[in-house]
Write a protein that binds this ligand. Structure first.
Ligand code: DC
Length: 229
C-alpha cells in the first residue's frame, strides 16, 4: 500500500510522513533526499560547477543513480543514503543543497531515473512517500494522497527555526520567505512534474496546527480510508 504526501517547502510533510510511517510500521521514502543526493554527487564526485548542474550529462546521471553504487535505505526512522558504501546523508540538508537541488530537479533525465528507483521501492514495501510529484506522477494510483500546505509566513518561520537549529544559520523572516519562495516557484513552474495538488488529494492546511495535531488529523483520514482501528 502507498500513501503519498506532496507539498511546498517547510509545509511539515517530511516530519509528518516519518511519524505516520512509524505509527503504521511502514517504510518511509523522502524523495527529496534522492534529488539532494544526485546534486551532491554530481558536485562532489563528478566536479560539477553550479552552472554545469543545469545540464548534467546522461553518463553522469546514470553513474550517480547506478543501483550497484547508490542506495537509499530507511533505518530506525531515518533515511540513510550511501554511494559506493560511503554515507552521504549528513551532507544533504543545507542551504546550498536546498537551492541547487531545485535546479537539478528540473531535469527530465534525472526525474526519469529517480522515478524508476521510487517505483522499485514502492513495489517492495508498504510505504509513505513524500515529495512534490508523488501523487501526480510517481504513484498516481496510491491508496491515499495528501497535499499539505501552510501560510507562507508560517512556513518561513518553520524554515528559519530549522536553519537556526540544524545549520546554526540565522535568517530574518523576510530572508526565509524569499528563500522558500524562490524554491517553490521553481518547483511549481517547471515543465516536468511540477508541484501540484491532484484532484483526488486530501488537502491539509496546517497553518496554526502543530505536528501532533497535523498527524492526528491525517491518521484519522488514514484509518477511515484504510479501515484500520
Ligand atoms: O523535499 P526537499 O526539500 O528535500 O526537496 C529538495 C528539492 O527536490 C526541492 O527543490 C524539490 C525537489 N523535489 C522534487 O522536485 N520532486 C520530489 N518528488 C521531491 C523533491
Amino acid at each position: 500500500m502507498i500513501i503519498t504526501i506532496d507539498g511546498p517547502t517547510a509545509s511539515g510533510k517530511s516530519t509528518v510522513a516519518r511519524m505516520i510511517a512509524q505509527k503504521l510500521g511502514w517504510y518511509y521514502l523522502g524523495s527529496g533526499y534522492l534529488y539532494r543526493s544526485i546534486t551532491y554527487l554530481l558536485m562532489n564526485k563528478f566536479h560539477y560547477t553550479e552552472d554545469a548542474l543545469k545540464a548534467p550529462k546522461l553518463d553522469d546521471v546514470c553513474a550517480v543513480t547506478d543501483p550497484h553504487r547508490f542506495h537509499y535505505s530507511y533505518v530506525g526512522n531515518d533515511p540513510v543514503i550511501t554511494y559506493d558504501g560511503e554515507d552521504i546523508t549528513p551532507y544533504l540538508k543545507n542551504k546550498e543543497m536546498d537551492l541547487l537541488t531545485s535546479v537539478v530537479a528540473t531535469n527530465p533525465m534525472v526525474r526519469e531515473k529517480l522515478l524508476e528507483l521510487q517505483r522499485h521501492i514502492g513495489s517492495k514495501y508498504n510505504v509513505v512517500v513524500e515529495g512534490r510529484d508523488i501523487g501526480s506522477v510517481v504513484f498516481p494510483k496510491a491508496d491515499i494522497k495528501f497535499f499539505i500546505t501552510a501560510a507562507l509566513e508560517e512556513r518561513a518561520r518553520r524554515w528559519q527555526e530549522y536553519m537556526a537549529e540544524h545549520q546554526y544559520m540565522h535568517y530574518s523572516l523576510n530572508e526565509a520567505a524569499n528563500a522558500i519562495t524562490e524554491r517553490d516557484d521553481r518547483d511549481s513552474h517547471r515543465a516536468h512534474s511540477p508541484l501540484i495538488a491532484t484532484a483526488d488529494s486530501v488537502i491539509i492546511d496546517n497553518s496554526g496546527l502543530d505536528k501532533e495535531q497535523t498527524l492526528n488529523k491525517m491518521l484519522e483520514i488514514i484509518r477511515e480510508k484504510l479501515s484500520l482501528c
